[in-house]
Design a binder for this molecule. Structure first.
Ligand code: GLN
Length: 381
């Protein structure tokens, strides 16, 4: 029966939409979905407006406008010492999620196994399943969400096609370290396993740590799709722009899908961003900017009943509450909205098996005032 058919029977509306809608319904302060609530740089707005006025309103080239691809290649070279050819190895995408979907679609087929680290961004598993692939989750646990590579090794089989990494990690704020990179190099050596590296929070890394981009390691780079986000870089998540990097042979396949998935990404944003990013100063201190927000939020929420988990990167602070409540995280997250007016994300939503470590995720990419008001409400808990 056509009417009851579902390609993704176990999948419902993404947790970000569910929680943001619930927050809006109850007029709660929304610290659930990850997006800033402050204005973006007016200079950038003007550059995009100028691009529209100057007539940049028709299709961009399928791969992205050349000036922007060149800037991306320069940025990656400058930051990670990697040489990506802007013509053949850089593609502008409609945000990180589209790049992830496209990279998976280009390679994953029935029976292919993909290793993911849970809690995992909620698009990975359904996309893999939709393509007929098999999700092989490795479950990480609080407080550190550290990866035991001996355990990961056990998930590898002859059908392993890809491994998805995400550092800085959403939702936990964990970051990959040298020991993780070393293990990954060892595990993938002499195999044709691909890497999909979701690095959308690359600039949001704290306490002087350096982001370990897969682009920095030739042995990994040659097998990797690297996904990045202008939404995070420019505080403009609603613009849905990002990019993907990959060696030419992989990018060729990526673009075969990209052209029929979105064809190209909105032109005036690309023109505006290309002008704006000519000055790297506009993004060089993002880590400092967000570290201040992280520190403020940690000091505020540290005064509530919640216990803080570490946060080394990303937009997100996770907390635990098992010492004062045995509620499921989905239950307490809803109660915080309805009874206290603050929205968060229950981290069990990022595990296929709904593993509940009783952890909530709060987004601190917000105005000081928003964070203060939210915590004021949570103090009543
Ligand atoms: N990446 C954002 C988050 O984790 C949400 C993205 C989305 O809603 N698609 O909150």
């Amino acid at each position: 029966m056509i009417s009851t058919y579902s390609k993704l029977p176990g999948t419902s509306t993404t947790i970000f939409t569910v929680m943001s809608q619930l927050a809006a319904e109850h007029k709660a302060i929304n610290l659930s979905q990850g997006f800033p609530d402050y204005d973006i740089d007016p200079k950038l707005v003007n550059l995009v407006a100028d691009a529209m006025k100057d007539g940049h309103n028709q299709y961009a080239p399928m791969t992205g406008i050349p000036a922007l691809r060149e800037l991306i290649a320069d940025k990656v070279n400058h930051l990670y010492g990697a040489d990506y050819n802007p013509d053949t190895e850089v593609t502008v995408t409609a945000g990180g999620t589209q790049a992830i979907f496209t990279a998976l679609s280009a390679y994953i087929t029935a029976g292919d196994e993909v290793i993911i680290f849970e809690p995992a961004y909620d698009s990975y598993a359904p996309t893999i399943k939709m393509l007929g692939g098999l999700v092989k989750p490795y479950e990480l646990a609080p407080p550190d969400y550290d990866i035991d590579w001996e355990m990961v090794k056990k998930l590898f089989t002859a059908n392993t096609k890809m491994i998805i990494l995400n550092s800085p990690h959403n939702p936990t704020g964990a970051v990959l370290r040298d020991k993780d990179i070393e293990a990954l190099i060892k595990l993938t050596k002499d195999t044709d396993i691909l890497i999909l590296s979701d690095e959308v929070y690359e600039h949001l890394i704290y306490d002087g740590q350096q982001h370990k981009s897969i682009a920095m390691y030739p042995e990994l780079r040659e097998r990797a799709f690297i996904v990045a986000s202008f939404g995070k870089l420019l505080h403009a998540t609603g613009w849905k722009t990002g990019y993907c990097l990959a060696p030419e042979n992989l990018m060729k396949e990526f673009r075969k899908v990209h052209q029929f998935n979105v064809f190209s990404v909105n032109t005036p944003m690309q023109v505006g961003i290309a002008h704006y990013l000519k000055d790297p100063a506009v993004y060089m201190d993002l880590a400092g900017f967000f570290q201040e927000k992280r520190d403020l939020f940690r000091s505020l929420i540290g005064q509530t009943k919640f216990k803080l988990l570490p946060c080394n990167g990303s937009y997100f602070q996770c907390v635990t509450y098992s010492h004062f409540s045995d509620e499921a995280d989905t239950v307490i997250a809803k109660r915080l909205i309805t009874d206290y007016g603050v929205a968060s994300i229950p981290v069990s939503a990022f595990y296929i098996r709904n593993t509940d470590h009783q952890v909530l995720r709060f987004c601190f990419a917000k105005k000081q005032d928003t964070l203060e008001k939210a915590v004021e409400r949570l103090m009543k808990l």
